[in-house]
Design a protein around this ligand. Sequence first.
Ligand code: UDP
Length: 370
Amino acid sequence: MQSQQNSRHYDYLVVGAGLFGSVVTYRALKAGKRVKVIDRRNHTGGNLYCEECDGVAIHRYGPHIFHTSDKDVWQWVNSIVEFEPYINSPIANYNGKLYNLPFNMNTFVQLWGISSPEQAEAKINEQRAELGVEQPQNLEQQAISLVGTDIYHTLIKGYTEKQWGRKCTELPADIIRRLPVRFTFDNNYFNDRYQGIPRGGYNTFIDKLLEGADIELGCDFFDNRDYYTSIADKIVYTGELDRYFDYQLGPLEYRTVTFEDERIEKSNYQGVAVMNFTDSATPYTRIIEHRHFDRHCTAKHTIISREYPAEWNKASEPYYPIGDSRNSALADGYRALAKKCSNVIFGGRLAEYRYYDMHQIVKRALEVEL
Ligand code: UDP
C-alpha cells in the first residue's frame, strides 16, 4: 500500500502499458499533462513486449507485424521510430505438406495442381455451389463460400477449431474475412499498403512512447483500486472490460495462448517466421521462429516457440475476445456501463472487447478525446 501523502497527483492514470495505453500516454505527455502508468506485468509494452535471448528478439506474446492502409497512422508510428519493411508470408503445414498463405494462386496450385486463375475460380465456384447458402451464418459457411471445401478442410477447419476451441459452425463469419483470397501469385498475408516492424524492436518503440511518464510495474490496479483512482483526475483503462465492473453482468470469455520455447543451435530451423499447423492432430497452432522477423539478425542459434491456444481462466493471460453471440451481447452490456463512466477512457482489445489489430488501436488512441 502506497502512502497517499507522498504521492503526486496526476492528470491521468493509465492502467496497462500496452499499445493503447502507451500511445495515449505519449499524447498526454506532449500536451503537458502529468501521467502515471501502471501495469500488472513486470515490463511495459503489453503483448508487444520482446524478450532478448543472445541476439534473438523473442516476440514473447506472439508474433506482431504492424500493418495499415492509413497513411496518417503509418506516418505517426514512423515518427516515433522508423519501421523496417517486413512482409508477413506465413506457411501452412497440413500433415507435413506445405502450402502458401494467404489463399492465393500458389496455394491453389499446391492443392489442385491447376495452372490458371480461371481453373482455380472454377474449382472454388463448384465447391461453393455445393454449400447452397447465400448468406453465410457462421465461420464454416463463410469459409466455404470464400474458398471452397478443399481449402476449408485442409487449411482452415483444424487451425480455427484449435485456435478458438469451438466448432467452426459456432464461430462468427467475420473472423475468416480477415484473410485475403487472391487469384494472383502473391503471398503477402495482408492487403494493407504499409507493413513493418519497428527498427530496434517493439520495446524501443514503447520506451519512446512512455518516456517522461511515471511508471510502476508489477502492480494490479484492482489490488488497490481506491488508492489508484484517487491519484489522478482521469483514468485510461486498458484491462479486461468485465473486470472493471466486477463481473456484474457475468464473466466475458477470452482465449489465451501459451508458448513453449526451444533453442536450437543452428541459424535456420523452418525458413519462415510463422508456420501454421492446420491439421487437428498437431496440438499447437503455430511455430514462431523469431529471428526471421529481423533480417539483420546475426545470431548463430535460433529460438522457436510452439503456440498452444487454450480457454482462458483468471490465472492466465487474456489474448482474444470471443465474438460469439453470448459474449458479444454481454460485451454490449458492459460497453453501455463504460459509456456512463465520464472520467474513464476505455481502450484496447481487452477494455473494448474487440478483436483489434495494432493499427486500429493506434488510430483509436490518436483520436480519443483526452
Ligand atoms: N486461419 C485459418 N488458417 C490459417 C490462418 C488463419 O483458418 O492458417 C483463420 C483462423 O480462423 C483465424 C483467422 O483465420 O482465427 C484469422 O487469422 P489471423 O491470422 O488474422 O489471426 P491472428 O493470429 O492475427 O489473430
